[in-house]
Structure formats: structure tokens, C-alpha cells
Design a protein around this ligand. Structure first.
Ligand code: SF4
Ligand code: FES
Length: 257
């Protein structure tokens, strides 16, 4: 009988938000089609490290398990990505798991993405509807425009583009690439356009579009292929037009450009 094939993990752990991080190694029996989350589940079932010592189960975040919710983002062999779609067969070993650097650590691989959710509120990342009575079907969008908007709507606030951006860090209030792109989606919607000016104002405010240094890292890492740099350029133009209209006192609040 040959030796059993194993998979080695080096996981950065942290017991509390303020405690010192440390590394712990794990060695698991290889199973075909294993992904990083199934390996973490295995460790949770039997939390014993590579030295054979009993340890605490590793904490991580997950939800959809199909790259839709963005909750399971972490650095895998140094690259920020979703752990639910990271196949062990395609990774070099030992597999190094670390929390993303841009967000505060809650515990082990669990991070706090609140800065993104707070920014979603600032840019009014929703379509306002009055829920007190049935408004009937919303306005229809031409099919080609709907398809275009659908691509932008795939953003899952996973935080990977913020992690890749050199201008997003604990010392900066820059909202980050995803938050510059989403107003383009909501402003393109016939109902969402009612809040277009407020979204543009939020982008012109502190932490907004002026914080983009055009490094273009974001567009290369987005797992959903969102055209972030094109969106940011479009929002740059839109905020400039908005600024001129405000400056010359036109009736920008009633037109729909
Ligand atoms: S734009 Fe892409 S990388 Fe950024 S949060 Fe959305 S899905 Fe994630
Ligand atoms: S668990 Fe939802 S994206 Fe991975």
C-alpha cells in the first residue's frame, strides 16, 4: 500500500480583533475535487494541527458556496479570491490561507467588510420603490441595455477589488473601485435615475472618485469580470458634467442626461 496523498495548509490565525496573528499548519487527507472550503470544513470537524495537537476550529465566512455572495473572500497563496471556488488541485502546496489585508480581522479568516456596506449606503446603491402599495410592473428597459446592466449587477461586494487597490487602506477613506462602479448601474435604471444627482454628489465627496489613482489593478482581479475602469471613467465624466451644470446653475435637477 502506497502512502496516502495529503494536502498541506498554512493558515494565518488570529483569536481576537486585537490579538497577534500566528500561523498554524494542517495536513489533511486528499480527496478528489476538494476545494478550500471543504478543507476548512474538514478542519472544523476534526481540529487537529499538523503536529497532531488538538486546536480550536478555524473560523471563516461563507454563504452561497457558488461565488455569488462574496462572503468567503480571503488570500489564497497570496491572491485575494473566493475560497468556495478555489480547487485544491489547481493550487500550489502548501496552500497558504490569510485574511484580506484591507479589512479588519474579526477572527482567523473572518473579516469585517462594513466599510463597503457603509459606502453602499452613501452611494444609495438601491432602486427606490414605495412599498406601501402595489405600484405594478416597473418601467421596461431595452433588452440590450438590460443585458449591459446585468453585467454590472453581478458585483457581490466581495472586497477583492478593494484589496487589490493601492489607494484603499486603513489610512484612507477612499471607498474603492466597486463603489465607484455601482452608481453607474443604479443611475442607468429609469427609477434609480431619480437619485442620480445624490449618487454623483457622493462620488464627488471625500472618499469618492478623486481617490482613484488609476492603477487599474481592480479590473484585473474582479472575479465577476466587471468593467471597473470603464465604469470609473464613465462616472468621472458624469461627475464633471454634474459639476458644470451646478456651477452654471442649470436646471440639472429636472433633466435626464
Ligand atoms: S467589483 Fe468585482 S471584485 Fe469588486 S467587490 Fe464587486 S465583484 Fe468583488
Ligand atoms: S460562499 Fe458565497 S462567494 Fe463563496
Amino acid at each position: 500500500m502506497g502512502e496516502k496523498k495529503t494536502v498541506k495548509f498554512i493558515i494565518t490565525r488570529q483569536d481576537h480583533p486585537d490579538s497577534q496573528p500566528y500561523e498554524e499548519e494542517f495536513e489533511l487527507e486528499y480527496r478528489p475535487n476538494m476545494n478550500v472550503i471543504s478543507a476548512l470544513m474538514e478542519i472544523r470537524r476534526n481540529p487537529v494541527n499538523a503536529k497532531g495537537e488538538k486546536t480550536s476550529p478555524v473560523a471563516w465566512d461563507m454563504n452561497c458556496l457558488e461565488e455569488v455572495c462574496g462572503a468567503c473572500s480571503m488570500k489564497i497563496n497570496g491572491t485575494p479570491r473566493q475560497s468556495c471556488t478555489a480547487l485544491v488541485d489547481k493550487l500550489e502546496q502548501p496552500i497558504r490561507l490569510q485574511p484580506m489585508d484591507t479589512f479588519p480581522v474579526v477572527r482567523d479568516l473572518v473579516i469585517d467588510r462594513s466599510r463597503m456596506f457603509d459606502s453602499l449606503k452613501r452611494i444609495k446603491a438601491w432602486i427606490p420603490i414605495d412599498g406601501t402599495y402595489d405600484l405594478g410592473p416597473g418601467p421596461r428597459m431595452p433588452e440590450r441595455r438590460r443585458q449591459w446592466a446585468y453585467e454590472l449587477s453581478k458585483c457581490m461586494t466581495c472586497g477583492v477589488c478593494l484589496e487589490a487597490c493601492p489607494n484603499v487602506n486603513s489610512k484612507s477613506d477612499f471607498m474603492g473601485p466597486a463603489l465607484l462602479s455601482l452608481p453607474r448601474l443604479y443611475n442607468a435604471h429609469p427609477t434609480g435615475a431619480m437619485n442620480k444627482d445624490e449618487r454623483l454628489e457622493a462620488l464627488m465627496d471625500d472618499g469618492g472618485i478623486a481617490g482613484c489613482g488609476n492603477s487599474q489593478n481592480c479590473v484585473q482581479v474582479c472575479p465577476k469580470g466587471i468593467p471597473l475602469t470603464t465604469s470609473i471613467a464613465a462616472m468621472n465624466r458624469a461627475t464633471n458634467v454634474h459639476m458644470f451644470k451646478k456651477f452654471f446653475g442649470s436646471d440639472h435637477m429636472v433633466d435626464n442626461q
